[in-house]
Write a protein that binds this ligand. Structure first.
Ligand code: J2J
Length: 549
């Protein structure tokens, strides 16, 4: 059993029923090529044009291709084989691009861990997949990943290799693997390209099987919707392992469209504004908390960044108020992106009306995407009413890897993925109203946290606001607001008066305000409501204990 590879069980499985496979192929959505083929094709067109930039370092398409081949050969010579799994945990860097395409080329399957993941997440990935290698950097954001590597090695005898990007005396370095060419295994469109991670804010991320055929379609449809082309210069700010900056269209989409990727390890507004100016960035992608900070900084600094045509914002709900500021403050178009690593991606269109761009989260990017909005009993709700989003399509998974329980609960019998998002339809467009678990029900009233947050950020001193519920024996839940301020915070009473003046119903006015210097975030930078809820409970219990004493 020692050589048992759990991946073998899914290698030849088709995740979609045959009638869907046939339809997606017949309609030209799924093609026979792989990421390796698509990359090769663009290399032969772009040649010596720059593909990736990191600081002063540039790699042309030809040079990137050479690196990819050398690394792919090195991984094979080291002993990795097609369908082995490796964990890749890296900061944004050129090597991220090289490694991704090298692994795609030889069918070694990366799990893209985010830099913020620690033992809990990595141990679970190892256990599920029997990962054979851990590819990381020595230190990321002040944290020494060699300690994590040691813990993994101790825990799992099957983890044969630790590969360090950068210099290291004791471990295998990536550079030492750059090797003369060997024969590559044959990779077909049905092979697994990578594991993406579910973005849920509870528990350990689940593994999402992305095959060349569906993931390549995901990238190509995104390129189409976002009009990426040879003139695109994409700034990779969000952690590149996440589905959004990776494949929607992200850095892979930029490369396959013949554009240039500029990577940065800093999301700090001034540093990014400088980079946008120096590198003539045309598009970048952010999560709302970072977008809000950029907007605030830009309002003061008035950066000179005319090259920036589009700011994509997704990953969490951007308030309509913040959405309306993007054009006047940053001088570029806003593109809202509502997506999930499990599949479905919605974009607002580049030519859509301001109204659609600032008040909706876009429409599904593929005509083959199927969307249903249903009530608690799975019955369709009338158009325009809020319900749970179910979706199915040519790049939306039908099951997770190694998650029997989640596979029973997260999908309907007819293969729709239950996203857990509460949405409202406006024609083909979707408006995200929250997540099922983020709703606040106070005294039987469903409270729209979006409405309260949207009003709070209109206050002159507030950068961002998050509403969470505190369990309460009388009301069921009470409304609490966490506030991030530019300057000295207003008092809770000021804010109550402000909300009242803005016309917010009395029962929606928060019972409690907490002022923080920063919000806890998930690995990709979304605000972690789960951690804020825990923090609130902790503060509440502390106060109760004080009262008892
Ligand atoms: C509200 N909630 C949103 C939005 C995602 C592009 C963009 C984002 C992701 C992503 C992604 C939202 N408004 N605009 O993979 O390719 C919440 C929803 C969704 C969950 C998915 C991409 N955009 N969300 O965020 O897998 O709750 O993917 O179900 O990390 O984020 O999270 P994740």
């Amino acid at each position: 059993m020692n050589n048992y590879n759990p991946i073998n069980e899914i290698v030849n499985m088709s995740d979609w029923p045959p009638e869907f496979v046939n339809r997606y192929i017949a309609n030209g959505l799924w093609t026979n090529d792989t990421f390796g083929d698509a990359f090769q094709a663009i290399v032969s067109i772009m040649g010596d044009r720059i593909a990736v930039t990191d600081g002063k370092k540039n790699l042309s398409y030809n040079a990137l291709n050479e690196s990819v081949n050398e690394l792919a050969s090195g991984f094979l010579k080291l002993g990795l084989q097609k369908n082995d799994v490796v964990i890749v945990q890296l900061p944004n860097c050129i090597e991220f691009v090289e490694i991704t395409f090298a692994l795609f080329r030889i069918g070694v399957i990366p799990i893209f861990a985010l830099p913020a993941h620690r033992e809990n997440e990595l141990f679970s990935f190892c256990l599920l997949t029997k990962a054979r290698a851990y590819i990381t950097a020595d230190v990321i954001g002040g944290f020494d990943h060699r300690n994590l590597a040691n813990a993994l090695r101790k825990g799992f005898s099957f983890l044969d290799y630790v590969i360090i990007v950068g210099k290291d005396e004791n471990e295998i370095t990536l550079d030492s693997l750059r090797n003369s060419l060997v024969r590559f295994p044959e990779i077909i469109a049905q092979d697994i390209a990578c594991f993406q991670l579910s973005g849920g804010t509870t528990g350990i991320p689940k593994l999402i099987i992305r095959r060349h055929q569906d993931y390549l379609y995901n990238v190509r449809a995104s390129i189409n919707a976002c009009r990426f082309n040879k003139e695109t210069v994409y700034l990779a700010v969000l952690p590149m392992g996440h589905n959004f900056p990776m494949a929607c269209p992200g850095f892979i989409g930029t490369i396959l469209a013949g554009g240039r990727v500029v990577v940065t390890r800093s999301a700090v507004a001034v540093e990014c504004f400088d980079l946008i100016e120096q590198e003539n960035i045309t598009v970048t992608a952010l999560v709302p908390p970072i977008a809000m900070i950029w907007l605030d900084a830009a309002a003061m600094l008035k950066p000179d960044i005319p090259s920036l045509q589009v700011l994509q914002v997704g990953g969490a709900r951007l308030s309509n108020e913040a959405a309306k500021c993007v054009k006047p403050v940053l001088g570029c178009k806003l593109q809202q992106v509502f997506g999930m690593a499990e599949g479905l991606i919605c974009f607002t269109g580049l030519d859509d009306s301001e109204e659609l761009i600032t008040t909706t989260q876009g429409k599904p990017m593929s005509s083959a995407d199927e969307v249903r909005v249903v009530d608690d009993h799975g019955q369709l709700v009338p158009d325009g009413e809020v319900g749970y989003l179910l979706t199915r399509g040519p790049y939306t998974i039908r099951r997770y890897f190694g998650q029997n329980e989640a596979n029973r609960t997260a999908f309907t019998k007819d293969g729709f993925y239950k996203s857990g998002d509460l949405v409202r339809k406006l024609g083909a467009y979707l408006i995200v109203e929250g997540r099922d678990k983020d709703q606040i029900i106070r005294g039987g009233e469903n409270i729209s946290i979006e409405e309260i947050e949207g009003i709070l950020i209109k206050h002159a001193t507030i950068i961002d606001a998050v509403i969470v519920g505190l369990p309460d024996q009388y009301y069921g839940e009470r409304i609490c607001a966490f506030i991030l301020c530019k300057t000295i915070p207003p008092t809770a009473n000021d804010l109550r008066l402000f909300l009242e003046k803005q016309g917010l119903a009395t029962f929606k006015i928060p019972y409690r305000f907490e002022f923080l210097d920063q919000f806890p975030t998930t690995g990709v930078g979304k605000i972690s409501r789960k951690e804020l809820r825990q923090e609130l409970l902790r503060m509440h219990l502390e106060q109760q204990n004080k009262k008892v004493i």
